[in-house]
Ligand binder design. Structure first.
Ligand SMILES: [Zn+2]
Ligand SMILES: [Zn+2]
Length: 624
């Protein structure tokens, strides 16, 4: 685009269709603000009755008509209708928003998790030389998920803290092309959404989804006094108010489907209803005379199909059936209705290797289960991943971008076009920024490679110490590649004795990696007053001490008598004491999860370690 005479740059006009909704208006406004910051000369956004609702036009002079719009869904195209104009066209308004941010990235903007949006000065030439291109995201649904309890919504101050984070995180998701957010409700939750945020998700084109472990809520426990027959029977035939419901009782099924229809009515913005059972292994399903003939899968399918049929006749959303724990390996007899999708959550998989890595001793079984689900559900499925799961990883700061890049290619290769990633608010941004970055890149482009990502994250999070912090992140990545093949990092006793014996030397190597990372973060913090590096120093010190405690705990298990007891208790005390480092991190950086949830979780964690000191291979229920 030409400069005006006299050297000043002309004002850019960003126009969007007058019939478009809020998302296109946000796209035009953010594009105007971002381009003005980078290019100078001013930019303004205005609506135009002559423009289609799925078009944004950037111009600095004469205009030419925009060509035909061939994009669908969130796909977007950047074209040049004339010498002085650039058009963004998309299948929907959300795609306009993603196209606007992508265009700014091509001019030099960077939106890295945990770093402020960066709009470096750029020449108008960067815009003038931009060649036309089109982007069709690799995955249609690219979502984040969170347990709603982590908002700590019963405490006004904690909720306010989380909302402050959300008001930055929701725009960040949009900037990186994320188009969905899944709330996970547990049986004790009194909410299915955070009302204060609904308008913000809608404005930024992030679709919201509700549900979670809600079967126990849809079958209200107070019904037990009047109708014990609605509830699951145990081995001895006795009904219990715990667990899910009796899948053979038509009145119980009706009660659940009525509840699901109420969800759909009360929350018209919901895009996918997640109907999951109690979050435990075994024991939640019914063994009455009728149900006993059905596997847990088939009992669960009966219920989800009943909900699916009710929602289909009400013209509502599809329903997700959770493949997880008891239901991870599919039952060939499953017959889902057309609006019932599976949601596959491979929580106990290995994160050292990609899901399709044949060299892994663990993942091939998971990949096989996924393939069978795809067959049974005729391809209708969603993957639920744990790349930023602070519980699974024990709050330790790990990084697995290479695994994520290959995973996403493998999922895409199987024909899966829907994936979400579990997050724990600000804590995930502090502890798993590389994984968030890998997820957003890989869900947009399957050509994405992990190399370069670390350097770029380090440069944006630590502009004054990019090299040192890039090295630190590589140490964290190496530590992850030594540890993450026994699922819950917090539960080393779930390993077989052989696996634990092989793991111990690797854990010792891993905590040495954290020692290096701590030194690099400390130097960066001291030299430049880099507060984020200070927080990472504490996080990695915590990670070092926890892993060192876990190493000792495994060693204690291999000993006997008083040595086992002394070493084991010492290991548990070290893990308990490591939390002091998290206390030293500022509230906004560690979020409500780091400030409050990790506290109660620690008690469960230490309890498990104490109880299992002498007994490896005991399985416990887990939180999703
Ligand atoms: Zn039953
Ligand atoms: Zn593996």
């Amino acid at each position: 685009m030409p400069k005006k005479k006299g050297g000043s740059t002309s004002t850019l006009i960003i126009r969007y269709g007058a019939r478009a909704g809020e998302v296109a208006a946000v796209a035009a406004r953010e594009l105007a603000e971002g381009l003005a910051k980078m290019l100078g000369g001013g930019a303004s956004a205005a609506s135009d009755p002559a423009l289609d609702a799925r078009t944004i036009l950037v111009s600095s002079g004469a205009e030419a008509p925009v060509g035909p719009n061939k994009m669908s869904d969130d796909g977007f195209q950047i074209s040049r209708p004339g010498r002085d104009s650039i058009a963004i066209t998309s299948g929907n308004e959300r795609g306009l928003l993603h196209g606007a941010y992508d265009l700014m990235e091509r001019v030099g903007a960077r939106f890295v998790a945990g770093a402020p949006a960066n709009f470096p000065e750029a020449s108008r030439d960067a815009l003038a030389k931009l060649k036309p291109y089109a982007v069709t995201p690799a995955f249609k649904r690219r979502a984040m998920a969170s347990d709603i309890m982590t908002w700590n919504y019963t405490h006004a101050d904690r909720l306010a803290q989380h909302l402050k984070f959300d008001r930055e995180f929701i725009p960040w998701m949009a900037r990186r092309g994320i188009n969905g957010f899944e709330y996970i409700r547990h049986a004790h939750d009194t909410k299915q959404r955070i009302d204060e945020l609904t308008a913000l998700y809608i404005a930024y084109g992030v679709g919201v989804e509700y549900g979670g472990h809600v079967l126990q809520i849809l079958m209200p426990r107070e019904q037990f006094a009047l109708h014990p027959e609605y509830f699951p029977a145990g081995k001895n035939g006795e009904r219990s108010a715990k667990g899910n419901l009796c899948a053979s009782n038509p009145d119980a099924l009706r009660m659940v489907t009525d509840g699901a229809l109420r969800y759909a009515r009360d929350c018209p913005e919901n895009e996918l209803l997640h109907i999951w059972g109690a979050d435990v292994r075994e024991g939640a399903w019914c063994r009455c005379a009728q149900c006993k003939k059905l596997s847990p899968h088939l009992q669960y399918m009966t219920i989800v199909n009943a909900v699916g049929a009710a929602l289909a006749s009400a013209g509502s959303t599809p329903v997700a059936y959770l493949a997880y724990h008891d239901t991870l390996d599919p039952d060939r007899k499953l017959r889902p209705l057309p609006n019932v999708h599976f949601e596959w959550a491979p929580r106990e998989r290995c994160y050292i290797h990609a899901i399709d890595d044949g060299d892994c001793a663990i993942n091939p079984r998971y990949l096989e289960s996924l393939k069978r689900y795809l067959e049974i559900f005729d391809g209708r499925g969603h993957v639920f991943e744990y790349y930023a799961d602070a519980i699974l990883f024990g709050g330790i700061g790990f990084a697995t971008p290479t695994t994520i890049a290959r995973d996403l290619r493998a999922y895409k290769g199987l024909g899966i076009d829907s994936i979400c990633n579990l997050t724990f608010g600000a804590y995930s941004v502090l502890a798993y920024p590389l994984n968030l970055e890998a997820f957003v890149r890989g869900t947009r482009s399957s050509k994405f490679s992990a190399s370069g990502l670390i350097a770029e994250c380090a440069a944006n999070r630590h502009p004054k110490a990019a090299d040192a912090m890039g090295k630190a992140y590589r140490h964290v990545e190496r530590a992850a590649s030594m540890v993450l093949d026994y699922a819950d990092v917090m539960c080393p006793y779930e390993m077989t004795t052989e696996h634990a014996a092989a793991k111990k030397p690797l854990i010792e190597k891993a905590f040495a990696q954290f020692e290096h990372a701590v030194k690099l973060a400390n130097a960066t913090h001291e030299k430049y007053g880099d507060a984020l590096a200070g927080a990472e120093e504490e996080l990695w010190s915590y990670s070092f001490e926890v892993l060192s405690g876990i190493g000792d705990y495994i060693r204690a298990h291999q000993e006997g008598g008083i040595v086992k007891h002394t070493l084991g208790q010492g290991a548990i005390a070290q893990i308990a004491g490591a939390l002091e480092h998290i206390h030293n991190i500022e509230a906004d950086r560690k979020g409500t999860w780091g400030a409050y949830d990790l506290e109660w979780l620690r008690e469960m964690w230490l309890d498990g370690l104490r109880k299992n000191l002498g007994a490896f291979q005991i399985k416990m229920g887990k939180l999703l």
